[in-house]
Structure formats: structure tokens, C-alpha cells
Write a protein that binds this ligand. Structure first.
Ligand code: OGA
Ligand code: MN
Length: 302
């Protein structure tokens, strides 16, 4: 899809559209799909258009949706097979393809969902061999003007590298380790119970290429997941840490980043292979936030 076909006006996210309109969300990343009801019957050609826009722009955004969990699952399945999150305590009991993120508690004190998820830069499931291709997050309850999510475009981060740096990065591999994420972010935050030994055993450290070629666009991107990366393979500890520090500061430059301010009824769909994201930790226990996520497998998609 050629970018010239998008409106050049600044997006007016709260305007409804009488017909299907694709317009940029920000110069950094993303397309807003306006005038589209997720619940409808959608022809394959329309789904293909969305797949193309997603692969090219890393992020799709649909405002004003009213979805049941089953409707979210059905729409998500148009893009690939869904996976069930390894932290299975937070999957809906009767529909485990839905992973619940929330800081709310039931009357008996049990968490409604996973609290404080993703409050560090990462891309989903980078710690498994075939990381999920995409995630869809649906906002059911959001605190006003808090709990935004940042999204960064990793094609742009790659394109902005100098030639010598691109050459150096080509072929490098990085270890991604879920146990490191647990120790560094999740346990100290204390918002949710730590992953069990059994869950950690299912997610041993994996090596991922630092430069990925997107199978749909053929474009190169940096595959970086700061919350999960521990070591650049083949470098000594000092070199490795210096490169990881560089990758974090390079990829999170404001030019590559868009900040999504949520409204109830937003559905956001991101490509995990060419973008990363970070949830902001700027709300308290009384600022209720409830989201449903579906996650598309990394194998046999597109
Ligand atoms: C996720 C995630 C961010 C958020 O669902 O993968 O990182 O803002 N969520 O809830
Ligand atoms: Mn995430």
C-alpha cells in the first residue's frame, strides 16, 4: 500500500469516518483504521490490506470498538493461529486465547489479570525461539490520561544506523532470557507473582538475530527487546553491555516513537517483529485498567 494514499492531515482520532479510511497515526509508526467495525464479516482482500499496512507500518489502531472476547478472538484468527500465554494464570478460563492485563482485584482479593505487564521496553515473546508475530490489545477500562503505551518503529531504527554499524550488526545474535526479565523488572516491582519454576523451565534463554528481515516487506529491522536481552553472542561482557546500552538509547529515540493514549474501545494491533513497546507505570491501584490481549503465533503466518 503506497503511503501517498493516506491522508496527509493530522489524524483526528475522535472523528468517525463514513467509509474505510487508513491514515497515519504519527510520523514514527502506525496507521489508524477508521470506519471499520471489527465485528463485521470481512473479505479476505480487506484482511490482506490490513496485513500489508501492519507489516509496513508496524501498528494498526481501531477506535470505538465494542468487542466480546469471542469477537476479539475471531478477528485475531484472521491473521494467524493464536497462542496461549505461558503465564496461564491470567488467561481467561473458558477462552484461554485471551490474556488479561489488569491492576484490578476481585472481591476476594484475587487479581483480575496480570498487573504491571510490559512496563519496560520489549517485544512480546522475544524469549521464545519463534516469537509471536503480532499482538492485539483491546482496552476495556482505562484510567483517564494515564497508562499510555509507547511504540517504537524498528525499521526506522535500523535505517538510521550508519553503514559501518549496520555491517557490524549483520549476523550478530543476542540472548533473550525471560528469567532475566523476571529478576530485573517483575520481581522488584512486586505487582504480580513471579513466574513459577515450571513456567521458567518452558522458557529457557534463546538466541535471536539482531537484524531481522521481515518476511512480508523484505525490509530489515533491529530486533531489540531491552527488558529481555542479556548478552550479545561472541562479545565479552564489557563489549556486550556497551552494545546493549547503545541499542536501548538508539532505538528509543523520540523520532521512532509514538505514545498511545488509550480510550475505552481502542483495539491496537502491533507487529512484534519490527516494533517494540513499553507500558507506562504512571497510575496507582485505584486507577483501574483492564485490557484483553490476543497473540498470534510466529510460525506459518503471513
Ligand atoms: C502487552 C503489553 C502494554 C500495555 O500486552 O504485550 O506489553 O500497555 N502491554 O498494557
Ligand atoms: Mn508486551
Amino acid at each position: 500500500m503506497a503511503s501517498e494514499s493516506f491522508s496527509v492531515n493530522a489524524p483526528e482520532f475522535n472523528q468517525t469516518c463514513s467509509e474505510l479510511t487508513l491514515r497515519p497515526v504519527s510520523p514514527a509508526i502506525g496507521i489508524e483504521v477508521c470506519g471499520f467495525d471489527i465485528r463485521g464479516e470481512h473479505e479476505s482482500s480487506l484482511i490482506d490490506t490490513l496485513k500489508e499496512a501492519l507489516a509496513e507500518h508496524c501498528f494498526l489502531f481501531f477506535r470505538g470498538q465494542e468487542l466480546t472476547p469471542n469477537e476479539q478472538v475471531s478477528f485475531s484468527q484472521r491473521f494467524g493461529k493464536l497462542e496461549k500465554h505461558v503465564l496461564n494464570d491470567y488467561n481467561l478460563k473458558d477462552l484461554p486465547e485471551i490474556y488479561v492485563l489488569s491492576n484490578k482485584k476481585e472481591n476476594n482479593g484475587e487479581p483480575v489479570g496480570r498487573a504491571g505487564a510490559g512496563q519496560y521496553w520489549h517485544t512480546d515473546l522475544s524469549y521464545v525461539k519463534n516469537p509471536s508475530f503480532g499482538s492485539l490489545l483491546y482496552a476495556i477500562e482505562v484510567p483517564p490520561n494515564k497508562g499510555d503505551t509507547l511504540f517504537a518503529n524498528m525499521y526506522r531504527a535500523y535505517d538510521a544506523l550508519s553503514e559501518p554499524m549496520r555491517d557490524f550488526f549483520e549476523g550478530l545474535k543476542v540472548v533473550h532470557d525471560f528469567a532475566h526479565t523476571q529478576r530485573t523488572y517483575i520481581e522488584p516491582a512486586g505487582l504480580t507473582k513471579p513466574a513459577s519454576a515450571e513456567q521458567l523451565a518452558k522458557t529457557p534463554p534463546v538466541e535471536q538475530p539482531l537484524v531481522r528481515v521481515h518476511p512480508k516487506t523484505g525490509r530489515k529491522s533491529l530486533y531489540v527487546s531491552p527488558g529481555m536481552m542479556t548478552q550479545v553472542v561472541g562479545l565479552n561482557a564489557l563489549e556486550s553491555q556497551a552494545i546493549i546500552n547503545f541499542l536501548v538509547s538508539h532505538t528509543t529515540q523520540p523520532e521512532f516513537v509514538y505514545r498511545h493514549r488509550w480510550q475505552k474501545g481502542d483495539l491496537v494491533f502491533w507487529d512484534n517483529w519490527a516494533s517494540m513497546h513499553c507500558a507506562l507505570d504512571d497510575y496507582g491501584p485505584d486507577d483501574h485498567r483492564l485490557m484483553h490481549r490476543t497473540t498470534i503465533e510466529g510460525q506459518n503466518v503471513l
